[in-house]
Ligand binder design. Structure first.
Ligand SMILES: [Zn+2]
Length: 303
């Protein structure tokens, strides 16, 4: 058995890129499901910047349900998927073959945020058209309506790729509107920001992608432009986990891009690296199984 495989038993990788993409993928949805089952994972979440992934997730569950992996999807509100739009959210929440097939997460944009668009050196007009969360006061429409839909359906709000300051404010507002399940991609955030979102009841997501060699390669994410993500050190990840506490941390792979190992292998390597910084097996289980399992309502687990 490879080192670290024991951490994969019962794990939930809520961030897998196995849907079609303009960058080649290392695996498709069915391969990712079979690989996850072979390694003992109990759930994978499909992230797609171009479309609501709930349909592919439902198809994978119907096709490979006997393998025991709960494949779930959701909507990232990027322009090709309908943008920041309450009707697109409504459709995603009901999309599938059966009543329970709908989106289990609704995410703010990943690359069409002003925060990321500026980092990517986009034109002023492009940046202007992207989403920004005001640092204080009310949210612009249609975000209040979207938060109400997320709260009513009790699914996960993923805050997308906004800045730490924006995320802290958004989490406050979302909690006040009744959103119970919040996941904040936090690999690039400051210790104080991560502490604030965890104190407010959200979970900080840390992903293998940002400490991997994928940060050294220009990749196309949503169009022909190639961009590199800023690398994060393992020491920083360790500090961010301590800031959030393992009880409020979710570890994910964010693999699927062709330059990284297949998702299960990427997650195994990530968990070994996190373990090497001093976290015991029980803390790892909390971060890669209990917490994402709870957030995304994945059956099974020890909690
Ligand atoms: Zn991703």
């Amino acid at each position: 058995m490879k080192p670290g495989m024991e951490h994969l038993a019962g794990a939930v990788d809520c961030h897998v890129h196995a849907c079609p993409h303009i960058n080649a993928r290392s695996v498709d949805v069915l391969e990712a499901t079979r690989d996850a089952a072979a390694a003992g994972l109990r759930g994978i979440g499909l992230m797609d910047n171009f479309a609501n992934s709930s349909g592919l997730a439902a198809l994978a569950r119907r096709t490979l349900g006997e393998l025991g992996v709960d494949v779930f999807g959701g909507l990232i509100m990027e322009p090709p998927a309908g943008g920041v739009n309450a009707d697109a959210v409504r459709i995603a929440l009901g999309y599938g073959y059966a009543a329970q097939d709908g989106a289990r997460f609704i995410s703010l944009p990943t690359h069409h945020t002003r925060h990321i668009a500026r980092q990517e050196g986009r034109t002023p007009q492009y940046v202007e058209a992207c989403l920004e969360i005001p640092v204080c006061g009310e949210l612009p429409d249609p975000l209040p309506e979207i938060l109400d839909l997320v709260a009513a359906h009790d699914v996960v709000l993923n805050t997308g790729h906004i800045s730490g300051t924006e995320a802290v404010h958004l989490v406050e507002i979302a909690r006040a509107r009744g959103v119970e399940r919040i996941l904040v991609p936090a690999s690039h955030m400051a210790v104080g920001e991560v502490r604030a979102i965890a104190d407010a009841g959200a979970y900080a997501e840390l992903s293998f992608f940002f400490i991997s060699h994928a940060t050294q390669v220009g990749l196309t994410h949503v169009d022909a432009e190639k961009n590199m993500a800023a690398p994060v050190t393992l020491a920083t990840m360790h500090a961010l986990i301590h800031a959030a506490t393992p009880e409020r941390t979710v570890l994910s792979g964010d693999c699927g891009v062709y330059v990284l190992p297949p998702p299960v292998e990427g997650l195994r390597e990530f968990l070994l690296m996190i373990e090497s910084t001093g976290f015991v097996a029980e803390a790892i289980r909390t971060m890669v199984s209990n917490n994402p399992g709870h957030l995304f309502k994945v059956p099974g687990g020890e909690h």
